[in-house]
Design a protein around this ligand. Structure first.
Ligand code: CA2
Length: 148
């Protein structure tokens, strides 16, 4: 089954700045980790990153159709700063009925107050945060339902 690993704005900059917050790993490292983890779990990932809200929504719609047709399992989603602003992403997840695991590299609750609210969490199957990029692997396990 296909799983979408979706990354939002500025996550293409991973590894280039702010290592104290996000570590030294790059988005390519995240992709390799997700491919390896999905293979171990017997599934297949597609990784997609965009800085544009509409492109993220289009990708969710595409996977909503695959999910309905029994070809996709769901989405591991780091919405970046859109987490804290986007009613449109909330509506897209709700509208597609996709199982989504929200993931954040940093512990957003230990940061500025404006990062404490998520529009995505109420429509997510689960949330993983604060474990660095390892959180993507945890999120894949959670989505697949294999917590071992
Ligand atoms: O902790 C996370 O994963 C976040 O989703 C990352 C977002 C932030 O707005 C959220 O509050 C929490 C920011 C991603 C930007 O990543 C950068 C990486 C390196 C250099 C600059 C930005």
């Amino acid at each position: 089954m296909k799983i979408l690993v979706l990354n939002g704005p500025n996550l293409n900059l991973l590894g280039s700045r702010e290592p104290a917050q996000y570590g030294h790993a790059t988005l390519a490292d995240v992709q390799h980790l997700c491919e390896r983890t999905a293979t171990e779990l017997g599934h297949e990932v597609e990784c997609f990153q965009s800085n544009h809200e509409g492109e993220l929504i289009d990708k969710l719609h595409e996977y909503g159709r695959l999910f309905r047709d029994g070809l996709a399992l769901g989405v591991v989603f780091n919405p970046g700063a859109f987490t804290h602003t986007s009613v449109a992403l909330h509506d897209a997840i709700k509208g597609t009925g996709l199982p989504v695991v929200e993931i954040h590299i940093s512990n957003v609750h230990a940061r500025e107050a404006f990062r404490h609210h998520s529009y995505v969490s109420p429509v997510a199957k689960g949330v993983v945060l604060g474990f660095g990029i390892q959180g993507y692997a945890l999120a894949l396990h959670g989505l697949v339902g294999d917590m071992s």
